[in-house]
Design a protein around this ligand. Structure first.
Ligand code: FRU
Length: 679
């Protein structure tokens, strides 16, 4: 959720790297002396000399090199002034510098002047932490140039910080992610910290949110994601990247699409352009084209980036943006090839208006509006984000195909905070029409912004998605040096369900862990659930299960009892409960005593999924992965996904029932192997 996340910007930034200068770099200015000479200074904002860090009444300034930097906070935000460099010859492909301070491009900035014309310019990033920015100046090689810094801004953030201006053929990344990663990869607990999920995807280090650009191509499932290359809280949103051959074992790849020039790479999708309709392919192989939201300079618009090497390197399209309504809340495009009308279709959100817009295109570059949908669904709740639209068959009715339109709500979802809803309906290539009320995607608190993989081979036939295993409200979960993971990839279908004998039956989205998950099961054994009652009966002994990575499958027969189910105990007073509750007609996950619940006031809670009994029974598949729990009820008719942060990690499983009319006719425990290669 955008508004909340913007407030988090500024937390947890890593320091800019210290070894980014290559041997061939040329220094233009490092501002290490106590005089500006030979630069020419006017006004008072620049002070009498480069500053020794922060100035009076300024927040901490960081990320600069050495002892001094340019800091135009001299005399506060009101002061103004300029600084002009001596002339120099452009001899390298890039000019790079560290920059921070206010984001006011008209009144605050650094410019490159050639023949007294402005040929490049940059401004601050609304941060006192300086980051690298670079200009590509290949076309200006050999020209004589000057740098001109100006501060005409007199309000909030009316100052600029600049340091270490160089010419280079190797433009530095804004942050030294490579260095941070190298350090982490050498650690003994690499991908094995006590709360690190072992069979769910997570980034090695730093913050992650929504899955992006899920696409299958040439034997690889791509999993891009909203990623902060600079730290463990939201910010500098860029596309991280991982690939897998089996949806379970992931290889972390370098950053795919970085934030650049004040434009973050927000959520979006990726297609394989088989017929090179975009013209962005450069050979026999079809290009991969990412369609995402560029967020910056006060607006959101839709951008393209493309790759001709199976997603290993990406180029931003020169004609960006390709879709621009000049709006500040227009985001998260999902594009797919609609075969019957032979064109690309995009669904994208006017987030604040709670309206989805559908567009069509022949080439991914020029888009024509087709129709709109909404406001609809859970009304009075703001913010629709991250839509997805796809066709599914109905179980047992192979000829019935319907469309599912999924969309996410930043707050006010069923279990509190953010969550997703979906509509079932028809889509004729132009317009989506819902045929029933929207329903909740997941009844837990931690399943957001799911998107499905595009381009799976027809021979596979599945529709698979995964979601961000987190909630914007409680997103600053107690893990480090990484934050967040994804849900287990889930296969989707539609099922006609009459809940509580209500008529008519509704089409329900059914989610089950993909088949590939079963290959991770190392051993299975039945649990003795005879004579369960109250107090809870121990099914495993301490030490039986060395780790919180397992699956528990069971059938419950509630009879007349008020409740029946399981406790996953991780301490004398520490357990997570998964059970059926007759009075609620629901299965619930209760995480009030699950471990660390105090990091956010809204975290502790009990989350209910309304369910039906079939012949007096219900089934559970419970996936536990150190700090995650996913409960698939009745073969996936309802799901509860919750994060948990136990303080001990060798669980004991217990079962309980309200009275002897209830029973657990079968239960099995499956140990699940880790998917990470450890140090
Ligand atoms: C949803 C969201 C998207 C946006 C992204 C930014 O979680 O707010 O709407 O594109 O996160 O990181």
């Amino acid at each position: 959720m955008l508004r909340l996340t913007l407030a988090l910007l500024g937390l947890g930034f890593a320091c800019a790297g210290s070894s980014l200068r290559g041997a061939d770099d040329l220094l233009i200015a490092d501002f290490e002396s106590d005089s500006y000479a030979p630069w020419n200074i006017t006004g008072d904002a620049f002070g009498p000399s480069p500053a020794l860090g922060a100035l009076d009444n300024q927040m901490a300034v960081s990320g600069y090199r050495g002892n001094r930097l340019i800091n135009t906070f001299f005399g506060g935000d009101e002061s103004t002034g300029t600084a002009t460099s001596p002339e120099f010859t452009i001899e390298r492909s890039h000019i790079a510098f560290l920059i921070g301070g206010g984001p006011h491009q008209d009144t605050l900035g650094i410019q490159l002047l050639v023949d007294d014309q402005v040929v490049r310019s940059s401004t601050g990033t609304e941060s006192e932490h300086l980051l690298w920015t670079s200009w590509d100046v290949k076309d200006l090689r050999g020209r004589t140039a000057r740098l001109y810094l100006f501060d005409r801004a007199t309000g909030g953030w009316g100052h600029l910080c600049v340091d270490h201006i160089i010419q280079t053929d190797q433009p530095p990344q804004p942050f030294d992610l490579a260095d941070d990663l190298a350090r982490y990869r050498g650690q003994a607990d690499y991908m094995n910290e006590p709360l690190r999920p072992q069979f769910h995807f997570s980034p090695e280090i730093n913050w992650m949110n929504d899955p992006n650009g899920l696409v299958y191509h040439d034997g690889e499932y791509h999993l891009f994601h909203q990623y902060n290359p600079a730290g463990n809280a939201w910010g500098h949103m860029s596309w991280g990247h991982a690939v897998s051959k089996d949806l379970m074992h992931w290889e972390h790849l370098p950053l795919a699409i970085p934030e650049e020039n004040g434009v973050m790479a927000f959520s979006g999708c990726c297609v394989v352009d088989h017929h090179n309709t975009s013209g962005l392919g450069d050979g026999d192989e079809p290009p991969m084209v990412a369609i995402y939201t560029g967020h910056g300079h006060g607006k959101q618009s839709q951008w393209l980036a493309y790759s001709n090497d199976h997603g290993r390197t990406w180029t931003k399209y020169a004609g960006n943006p390709v879709l621009d309504l000049d709006k500040s809340d227009f985001r998260d495009p999902k594009v797919f090839w609609h075969a019957p009308t032979s064109r690309w279709v995009m669904v994208v959100s006017l987030a604040n208006e709670k309206v989805l817009v559908f567009y069509g295109s022949d080439d991914l570059k020029s888009w024509t509006e087709l129709s709109r949908f909404g406001p609809a669904g859970v009304l009075n709740k703001p913010n629709w984000e991250c839509p997805d639209l796809f066709e599914l068959s109905v179980e047992g009715e192979p000829d019935t195909k319907l469309w599912v339109l999924e969309v996410d709500i930043g707050s006010g979802a069923i279990a509190g905070g953010s969550g997703g809803e979906y509509f079932v309906g028809t889509f004729d290539g132009q317009r989506f029409q819902a045929i029933q009320q929207s329903q909740w995607v997941d009844y837990g608190r931690d399943f957001y912004a799911p998107v499905s993989w595009e381009n799976l081979p027809a021979s596979d036939g599945r529709r698979i998605w995964l979601g961000w295993f987190n909630n914007w409200e409680t997103c600053l979960v107690p893990t480090s040096p990484w934050r967040s993971c994804m849900s287990i990839p889930r296969s989707l279908s539609l099922r006609k369900v009459a809940r509580n004998n209500e008529e008519p039956a509704t089409y329900v989205l059914v989610q089950t862990p993909v088949e590939e998950f079963r290959r991770l099961i190392m051993s299975s054994r039945p649990l003795d659930t005879s004579n369960v009652g109250w107090p809870p009966k121990r099914l495993t002994e301490a030490g039986d299960l060395e780790d919180m990575t397992f699956e528990l499958t069971a059938t419950l027969k509630p009879g007349e009892a008020r409740s029946v189910g399981f406790r996953i105990r991780t301490g004398d007073d520490e357990f997570t409960e998964v059970a059926y509750d007759r009075d609620f007609g629901a299965v619930y996950v209760d995480r009030r005593d699950s471990g660390n619940v105090s990091f956010h006031a809204a975290f502790a809670g009990r989350h209910h999924a309304p369910i039906r009994l079939v012949d007096g029974e219900l089934t559970l598949r419970i996936l536990v992965d150190r700090s995650t729990i996913e409960v698939f009820i009745n073969g996936g008719e309802a799901v509860i996904s919750d994060r948990i942060f136990p303080t001990r990690h060798e669980p004991v499983i217990e079962a309980f029932a309200g009275d002897d009319t209830a029973s657990i006719p079968d239960a099995e425990l499956h140990r699940v192997e880790s998917t990470w290669e450890r140090n």
